[in-house]
Design a protein. Structure first.
Length: 352
């Protein structure tokens, strides 16, 4: 009898639990099964039909599609992007960010080729950027997908990476990412598009193009109305940064969406009413509070540099990093070298 009760209890527990996790998955991963031909994109557009995804609500900036190898549309539960086969990098990625995507998952750090690329296409490997002097720069940040391990891991696909100058990646780019998450914590829902343009060389046996510049557009919406609430007073943060060494504040790179459209040839926010587009795309938004905030963020992130590596900023493990995971070379190492970068113990690590 006691046994029966125990089994019933276990069963009830399982049923309840399964129910919960299903709900969470549906809410948080926005599966591409949202595909609904009746809801798709604006019928006024001449673009080819695009699958409906929460990440493409603003539109498909380059008219990416399945039959265009260098403007190849990939829609994942976690984000959508246009992949460029010949360049080995995305042209752009687009994603929604609200509280449901944020949680406490650690970085999975599983950089890897994207198996969803068509057969026969070159698949950039996680090791491809090694010794190139460039970081594997997430376009969709790891920090924007922390509600589950699967969602975080999806940001480590190499289709979501561009070679990014270490200063750019770790300084103002990161600060803007953190600023975006602050906006979410303040109760906003963001629609973000980011990518690179131009070419300043190639790495990884010429398989991977290095963009000359990296841009990001953040549309700040109210979660209750989402993109339907976008109007002439909606805030749109647009930055366009050089992909090179040198420090700065992300606000030094503020520009307009129109300027980025001119440079890239894309039409961003194409699902938004044309007259609203022309207003919000021509303004350069400057947000008064962000300056102090990004300075604070910098201070906080500097605190997380391991003292074993003076002169560079490498956070202590976990995760355990290898030289291939970082872009610093020939840097000084003090015991106990928590990442074991200095294999021959001569005090200098990751010698080029
Ligand atoms: Mn425009
Ligand atoms: Mn536009």
């Amino acid at each position: 009898m006691k046994k029966t009760i125990t089994w019933v209890a276990i069963l009830v527990f399982l049923v309840i639990n399964t129910g919960c996790s299903t709900t969470t998955t549906q809410r948080n991963t926005s599966q591409p099964t949202l595909t609904n031909p009746n809801r798709g994109n604006s019928s006024t557009s001449n673009r080819p039909p695009t699958p409906s995804s929460v990440h493409l609500k603003l539109g498909n900036p380059s008219g990416a599609a399945a039959n265009k190898p260098n403007n190849y549309l990939m829609v994942k539960p976690q984000y959508a992007l246009s992949y460029n086969r010949d360049k080995g990098i995305p042209n752009w990625a687009s994603w929604q960010l609200n509280r449901s995507w944020l949680g406490n998952t650690d970085r999975t750090n599983d950089f890897r080729p994207d198996s969803e690329l068509p057969d026969g296409w070159y698949r950039v490997r996680g090791s491809e950027y090694r010794r190139s002097g460039y970081d594997r720069g997430h376009v969709v940040p790891s920090g924007d997908r922390t509600n589950s391990e699967a969602n975080n891991s999806a940001t480590f696909l190499m289709t979501n990476m561009v070679p990014q100058s270490p200063d750019n990646n770790r300084d103002y780019w990161r600060e803007l990412e953190e600023y975006g998450r602050d906006l979410v914590e303040q109760g906003n829902e963001l629609y973000i598009i980011a990518g690179g343009y131009g070419e300043k060389g190639k790495i990884g046996n010429d398989k991977v193009s290095v963009p000359a510049r990296l841009y990001k557009i953040i549309v700040v919406t109210n979660p209750r109305t989402g993109i339907n609430g976008i109007n002439n007073s909606t805030k749109v943060i647009a930055i366009d940064t050089p992909n090179r060494e040198g420090n700065g504040d992300w606000e030094d790179f503020i520009t307009t969406v129109d300027a980025i459209e001119k440079k890239t040839g894309y039409d961003f926010l194409s699902n938004i009413d044309k007259s609203v587009q022309s207003v919000i795309e021509s303004k350069a938004y400057r947000l008064k509070t962000s300056n102090n905030r990004s300075k604070t963020t910098t201070k906080q992130s500097n605190k997380n540099c391991s003292p074993a590596y003076p002169g560079v900023c490498i956070p202590p493990p976990p995760p355990d990093l290898n030289c291939g995971d970082i872009s610093y070379r020939n840097f000084k190492v003090l015991p106990p070298d928590p990442h074991n970068f200095d294999g021959n113990k001569d005090g200098v690590a990751c010698v080029r």
